[in-house]
Design a binder for this molecule. Sequence first.
Ligand code: IMP
Length: 185
Amino acid sequence: MTRPIDPLIDRVLIDEAQLDARVTAMAAQISAHYQAQGNLVLVGILKGSFIFMADLARRLTIPHRIEFMALSSYGDLSTSSGEVRMMLDLRRPVAGEHVLLVEDIVDTGLTLQYLIENFRARHALSVANCVLLSKPERRKVQVQVDYLGFEIPDVWVVGYGLDYAERFRTLPYIGVLSPSVYLNS
Ligand code: IMP
């Protein structure tokens, strides 16, 4: 069943079928790469990655465990404070494991840069990242994205886990938020 487009969404940027196909392809690529390596841990960055993480993890064909971390760099508004803070750390150490960071979107790159730095001290066998969306025009620091879903333009997107002020996370597609939402808040 297709849900009607929310009136606060300007347009659908990536629909459910496109998300499904891309996440399936990414999972196949990741499974092929880590097949021979063993000891894979997916680290989902909350909250935005939770739906992507659930879909990706269920399509992997290799054993893995799941961890989550929560970081914060945005308040309720769509502007970055530029400061990344850890709100929730891993429950178990990752020393001796292959870490795959799972992120919803890379915007300025500051969050991913923080994560890459932070994992240097954790003695993982390897650290790579898997990001659903990237806005290359917005980059403030250069970070390497290892597995990327889609490049998108500089627009505020919501749905499939991504929010605006905690709203719209459960839309089944990636939609462009109507500017009327943030111009009126
Ligand atoms: P960065 O540190 O600037 O790369 O920002 C990464 C974080 O900003 C993401 O994990 C999201 O939480 C948030 N973010 C950036 N752009 C968007 C967007 O268009 N929609 C929803 N969240 C976004």
